[in-house]
Design a protein around this ligand. Structure first.
Ligand code: CA
Length: 242
């Protein structure tokens, strides 16, 4: 089975080779680019399923690579940045990256992020339910046409803002959405809302959709960065949709 093609963008040879070895062991097809220029060329020529992108490159900023690639493709991009550098991560996510890894990271972490990114890549526009205007994730369903939300078949009532936030997260399942992005998209203007207000809406939304709000399984918090909708695994025995 074709597990997927990964483009690794990393100028540090040793780190690059380490990632390549991990991916090959995981039976992924992969290619290494050492500069931003090479990365943009390979993104087009190799057409990877996921890009692992180091932000510190010799010829340009990794953000510029994201900008270029997003000009023509929605392929998942996972950025790699140094520990503690949240502004870098936020800038990368705002430019359109999906997710981030903090250096140093383990092989398990890397492979887990790739699986999430590949799942997003593959579920995109191929889900027949979603094409019919219904989003399903675990026990939750959103009927976009009627604007109704169900949990285990029971309708739950959301305020317009909670509904908007839930839809944004659902439509970007697997992606980390920054505070800025959510404020801009949900309020229509990033000046209209603020992060504390967003936090309050997220808390009330969670109380309605999470069974244990303190241990959320749908909406993951990324402290100082944003939120992500997690795709729930299909439970054993549930009918598998393909
Ligand atoms: Ca680097």
């Amino acid at each position: 089975m074709d597990k997927g093609k990964i483009l690794v963008v990393e100028d540090d040879r040793a780190v690059g080779n380490l990632i390549m070895t991990a991916l090959q062991t995981g039976e992924y097809e992969c290619r290494l680019a050492g500069t931003g220029g090479e990365a943009i060329l390979e993104a087009a020529a190799y057409n990877p399923d996921v890009i692992i992108l180091d932000l510190g490159l010799p010829d340009m900023d990794g953000i510029q690579v994201i900008d270029k690639v997003r000009g023509w493709s929605e392929m998942p991009i996972v950025i790699v940045s140094a520990r503690g550098d949240d502004t870098d991560k936020v800038a990368g996510l705002d430019a359109g990256a999906d997710d981030y890894l903090t250096k140093p990271f383990s092989v398990e972490e890397l492979l887990a992020r790739i699986r999430v990114a590949l799942r997003r890549r593959r579920s995109e526009s191929t889900d027949p339910m979603e094409q019919a205007g219904v989003y399903r994730n675990g026990d939750m369903a959103i009927h976009y046409l009627s604007g109704r939300v169900f949990l285990k078949g029971q309708e739950i009532h959301l305020t317009p803002m909670e509904y908007r936030l839930l839809c944004l997260l659902a439509q970007n399942t697997g992606r980390v959405l920054t505070h800025n992005y959510l404020l801009r998209e949900a309020w229509g203007d990033s000046q209209a809302g603020d992060t504390p207000a967003l936090r309050v809406y997220m808390a009330t939304l969670r109380k309605k959709i999470e069974r244990v709000p303190s241990q959320p399984k749908y909406i993951q918090t990324h402290v100082g960065i944003g939120y992500r909708m997690i795709r729930q695994e299909v439970s054993p025995g549930a009918s598998e949709r393909t």
